[in-house]
Design a protein. Structure first.
Length: 388
């Protein structure tokens, strides 16, 4: 077993060697610009991009022409929210989202509020899941868009996408989901879930950083989206700029591998995750799981350890790559806004750790982490004045 152990797969994942192998030729001998129409170099690159488009589409049961390549989920979220809102201003000015969304969604909403849009941040239940009755009550005739994350980057909870899609569909409201953490990990079916826009990031699914996609449902007339970037009219005018061909090839390959291996991989990760949880809970008292355990990504665990400060815990666990799940602002470390939105008391929000398992983790690593966490928490608690 090699140290340090990587347990932070929600932050990013290593590139799968099979993905790297697929990408490499597109840096060197197949270096063409996918927009070059007059020679073989360009055709080769364009062909690779179209293959990747099919691979991404297939993962989420979309059609290739519904996939737009971007620089990642941050850009996809920005394009989905700002692009749709600005293009639909005439129809309405109201957006519904959750306070637990990623900053790429929340900050896009804040920007839109400055432009005169109205945003409802629906409170979530204690388990992090959306309350569908609250959602029903939040629609107004002005509502144009609902944005709800498919699976959560901190607490791993998986939202009721089909039910949300249905509520939106019945009202003619567009439904966007940030699936950066969900795509490739759990089945997603954009048709049956009635999803109109969906954000994907390659580096969360064993692909390279700096590349992603936005699924935009095909409609007649086409869904209007105001581009964020103007230029050469790439990606049907919705996202100008020379395509990142090696990155796109990597994203496509990553999607293909996830699609093929998802059933076995999620079963294996789920059992590793449960081993981790059971191991920690059997060794320590006063440990609380944050977020629904039933509707959760297979590789996510988020725990609060009473009477322990998570920053000290991270220092004590210096041979394990973990994160607190709390967003740190400049100098001052704040408790996670996500845990606060769930109603987790501050002292437990300050005591949380996010465990994100991945493709290359082993049972041996899980057992090591259980030992180290139990030891570190026991030690810190023995020093804690609160327990004296
Ligand atoms: C849910 C979610 N949305 C968006 C992002 C941003 O993705 P990217 O790094 O591809 O911009 C992340 C990753 O941090 C994420 O977890």
């Amino acid at each position: 077993m090699k140290l340090p152990i990587y347990f932070d797969h929600h932050a990013t994942t290593p590139v799968d060697p099979r993905v790297l192998e697929a990408m490499l030729p597109y840096f060197t001998e197949k270096f063409g610009n996918a927009a070059s129409r007059s020679h073989r170099f360009g055709w080769e690159a364009a062909e690779a991009v179209e293959t990747a488009r099919k691979q991404v589409a297939r993962l989420i049961h979309a059609r290739p022409q519904e996939i737009l390549f971007t620089s990642g989920a941050t850009e996809s979220d920005n394009l989905a929210l700002k692009g749709v809102a600005r293009a639909h201003r005439e129809k309405g000015n109201h957006i519904i989202t959750l306070p637990t969304e990623h900053k790429a969604v929340l900050d896009s909403c804040h920007r839109l509020e400055q432009e005169g849009f109205r945003v409802t941040y629906l409170p979530v239940n204690r388990d992090g899941l959306i309350d569908l009755d609250r959602l029903k009550a939040a629609f107004t005739p002005q509502t144009i868009l609902v944005s709800v994350m498919a699976a959560h980057n901190e607490i791993g909870v998986v939202q009721a996408l089909t039910a949300i899609g249905q509520l939106c569909g019945e009202r003619g409201v567009l439904f966007h989901t940030d699936a950066a953490q969900a795509a490739g990990k759990i089945p997603i079916h954009v048709e049956s879930m009635q999803i109109d826009l969906l954000s994907i990031s390659a580096h969360k699914m064993y692909g390279p950083k700096g590349v992603g996609a936005l699924y935009v449902r095909e409609r007649k007339p086409p869904l209007a989206i105001e581009p964020l970037i103007d230029g050469g009219g790439h990606e049907r005018g919705m996202r100008s700029g020379t395509l990142n061909v090696p990155g796109i090839v990597g994203l496509g390959k990553a999607c293909e591998i996830c699609r093929q291996e998802m059933p076995q991989e999620s079963e294996r990760l789920c059992s590793l995750r449960d081993r981790l949880r059971d191991g920690i809970l059997s060794r320590l008292d006063d440990v609380y799981v944050n977020g629904s355990m039933e509707r959760r990504l297979p590789h996510n665990l988020n725990l609060s350890f009473a009477s322990v400060d998570s920053e000290s815990l991270l220092v004590a666990l210096n041979d394990i790559a973990l994160s607190t799940g709390s967003a740190c602002t400049s100098a001052k470390s704040e408790p996670s806004y996500v845990l606060k939105a769930l109603g987790v008391p501050d002292e437990l929000a300050y005591a949380s750790l996010r465990f994100g398992l991945g493709r290359f983790n082993t049972e041996e690593e899980v057992d090591y982490v259980v030992d180290r966490v139990a030891e570190a928490v026991t030690n810190l608690r023995s020093l804690s004045p609160a327990l004296e």
